[in-house]
Ligand binder design. Structure first.
Ligand code: NAD
Length: 497
C-alpha cells in the first residue's frame, strides 16, 4: 500500500520480471467505484463509436493497427521483460494480433450489416431485415500467457462490431495491457474513452463484471471462469468464456513422425508450455511410437530454456504455476511414469520434459499443466487414441498426423474440441476467418471469424409491413372462415410429411 501526501491512499501492485523477480513497474489496484466510473465513461463513448458505423470506424481501427505495428519492437521488448517469452515469439504474437484487427475491420460490415431475410408465405406482406447491433460496453478480462494475441481476439472484434471496451489485463502483465490501450489513445486521440484500462487482481475483474458492462469476454482458467460467471449471473450479464485446455495430438500409422515430432515439440514447449491450445498429451499408434518418441526426445533435449538471446523459451511467468508443474511431474513419476528427457525445475526454468508410461489417471494427464512438459502414450489404434484424447473435461483443440490428409481430417472431426489442426499444430489460431473457442471446461462462445464478430452484438430483427393482407390473420377483425382455410392450408403444406 502506498500513499500520496494529501490524497487518499492508493493501493498498488508491482509487475515483476519473471526471470529475476525484479520490479518492472507499479500499477493501481482499481476500486469498485473507479471501475464503475470507467464503465460509465465508456458507455458515453460507445454511443459515439457505435454511431460512426462500419465505414466510420474502419480508419480508426487502421490507425490503431498502424500504431501497434510501428511500435512492435518496443512492445515485443516489453513482452520479453514482463512475460518472459523470447523476443522473436513476441514479434510473432503481435503480428498475428494486428492481422486480427485488420480482418475484423474489413469484414464487420459483411458479417454484421443489415440484410434482407425472406418473409415466408404467412408474412408475404412484410419486408424483413436482420442486423447485428453493438452491445455497448464489453469488459475484457485477459490472461498473461499471450498478453497481446489473446485479448485482441476480444478487443478487435468487439470494437469492429461497434462496442467500447474496458480492458483488465492480468496482474502479471499490466504494462503490456496498458501499452495496447495507450496505443489506441495515440491513434484515436478524439475518442480515448472507447478503449480504457483498469488494473488490479481478481476483485477488480469481479468489479468489472458488476459495473454495468453489456458483456464480459473472459480468457483465463476454468476455475476463475466459474467465478466470473457467478458474478455476471447477478446482473444477467452475458459472458464469453475462453478457458483452459488439455489438448492432445494423435499420431497414427504411416504418419510422418519427424513432422509430427517437430509440431509436438512446438505445441508442447513454445512459450514454456504456457499455451491454452498447447499440446500436453500425445497418443501414438504402436507402429509409429518408437520412431516418434526418438525424434521428439532428441529434439527436446536440444532446446535451451532461458532469457538470453536465442533461448528456445523463457521462464514460467506466474510463480504459482511452478508448484503446479512440479506436482504434476511428481505425480507422473510416482505413479509409474518416466521422464525420457528433462523432468527438472530450476527456479522459474523448467527443462523440456517428455514423459512416458504415465497412467491416464495421473494429474499430468487429467489437469492442465501449463509447462514445457508432454506425455507420450502408446495406443493400439486411432480409435483408442480418439477415445483417450476425448476422455477429458476440457475440449479446446487438438492435432492429428496421419498417413493421409483425408484420414487426418476424419480423425480431427471425431475430436471433441472447438478446433483441430491436421499435419500441423495450432494453425487455426493464425486463420482470422476461423472461430476460436472450446467446449466443456474450455468454455463457450467464440472469438475470431464471423462468429467472433457476432459474439459482440445482439441480432436485431425488424419487419416492415409493405401492404395489409387482404385477409387479416392477427386482428380481432379476422373473418370467421379464415380458421378453416388455415387448417386446409397447413394440411396441404405439411400434412403429408
Ligand atoms: P486466471 O484465471 O488466473 O486469470 C485470468 C484473469 O482473470 C486475470 O486478469 C485475473 O486477474 C482475472 N480474475 C481472477 N479472479 C477473478 C474474479 N474472481 N473475477 C474476475 N476476474 C478475475 O488465468 P491466467 O493464469 O491469467 O491465464 C491462464 C489460463 O488462461 C490457462 O488456464 C489458459 O489455458 C487460459 N487461456 C485460455 C485461452 C483461450 O483462448 N481459451 C487463451 C489464453 C489462456
Amino acid at each position: 500500500m502506498t500513499a500520496t501526501l494529501g490524497a487518499p491512499a492508493i493501493e498498488t501492485f508491482d509487475s515483476l520480471d519473471p526471470a529475476t523477480g525484479a520490479v518492472l513497474s507499479t500499477w493501481p489496484v482499481h476500486t469498485d467505484e473507479q471501475v464503475q466510473a470507467t464503465v460509465a465513461s465508456a458507455s458515453e463513448a460507445a454511443r459515439w463509436w457505435g454511431d460512426l458505423g462500419f465505414a466510420g470506424r474502419k480508419p480508426h481501427l487502421a490507425a490503431w493497427r498502424g500504431e501497434i505495428a510501428r511500435g512492435m519492437p518496443e512492445l515485443a521488448a516489453l513482452m520479453h521483460s514482463e512475460n518472459g517469452k523470447p523476443y522473436a515469439d513476441a514479434v510473432l504474437e503481435i503480428t498475428l494480433a494486428v492481422e486480427h484487427i485488420a480482418w475484423a475491420a474489413r469484414n464487420a460490415r459483411r458479417v454484421l450489416g443489415s440484410r434482407r431475410v425472406r418473409s415466408g408465405m404467412l408474412a408475404a406482406n412484410q419486408a424483413s431485415t436482420l442486423e447485428y447491433a453493438p452491445l455497448g460496453v464489453v469488459g475484457v478480462i485477459g490472461p498473461w500467457n499471450y498478453p497481446v494475441f489473446t485479448p485482441m481476439g476480444s478487443l478487435a472484434y468487439a470494437l469492429a462490431a461497434g462496442n467500447a471496451v474496458v480492458f483488465k489485463p492480468s496482474e502479471h502483465t499490466p504494462a503490456i495491457g496498458a501499452w495496447l490501450v495507450e496505443a489506441w489513445k495515440r491513434a484515436v486521440p478524439q475518442a480515448p474513452d472507447v478503449v480504457q484500462l483498469v488494473t488490479g487482481f481478481g476483485p477488480t475483474g469481479a468489479a468489472l463484471c458488476r459495473a454495468g458492462v453489456d458483456k464480459i469476454a473472459f480468457t483465463g482458467s476454468s476455475a476463475t471462469g466459474r467465478k466470473v460467471m457467478a458474478a455476471c449471473a447477478e446482473g444477467l450479464v452475458p459472458v464469453l468464456m475462453e478457458c483452459g485446455g488439455k489438448d492432445a495430438m494423435i499420431v497414427g500409422d504411416g504418419a510422418d513422425v519427424k513432422a509430427a515430432a517437430d509440431a509436438a515439440l512446438w505445441g508442447a514447449m513454445s512459450n514454456a508450455g504456457q499455451t491454452c491450445t498447447g499440446i500436453e498429451r500425445v497418443y501414438v499408434t504402436d507402429a509409429s511410437y518408437d520412431g516418434f518418441l526418438d525424434e521428439l526426445t532428441s529434439r527436446a533435449a536440444k532446446l535451451r530454456p532461458g532469457s538470453a538471446e536465442g533461448a528456445s523459451y523463457g521462464p514460467i511467468t506466474m510463480p504459482g504455476q511452478i508448484d503446479v508443474i512440479k506436482r504434476h511431474l511428481a505425480d507422473a513419476l510416482a505413479s509409474g511414469g518416466r521422464a525420457v528427457t528433462g523432468g527438472t525445475v530450476e527456479g522459474a526454468l523448467v527443462a523440456p520434459t517428455v514423459l512416458v508410461d504415465v497412467p491416464e489417471t495421473s494429474a499430468a494427464i487429467t489437469q492442465e499443466t501449463f509447462g514445457p512438459t508432454v506425455t507420450v502414450t502408446r495406443v493400439a489404434d486411432v480409435d483408442e487414441a480418439v477415445r483417450l484424447a476425448n476422455a477429458t473435461s476440457y475440449g479446446l483443440a487438438g492435432s492429428v498426423f496421419a498417413a493421409s490428409s483425408k484420414a487426418g481430417v476424419e480423425v480431427a472431426r471425431r475430436l471433441r474440441s472447438g478446433m483441430a489442426s491436421v499435419n500441423s499444430v495450432i494453425a487455426f489460431a493464425s486463420v482470422p476467418g476461423l472461430p476460436f473457442g472450446g467446449v466443456g471446461e474450455s468454455g463457450f462462445g467464440r472469438i475470431h471469424g464471423d462468429d467472433g464478430l457476432r459474439e459482440f452484438t445482439r441480432p436485431k430483427a425488424i419487419t416492415r409491413q409493405r401492404f395489409a393482407l387482404p385477409v387479416p390473420l392477427t386482428s380481432f377483425e379476422r373473418p370467421d372462415g379464415v380458421t378453416g382455410q388455415l387448417v386446409r392450408l397447413a394440411r396441404l403444406r405439411h400434412g403429408r410429411g
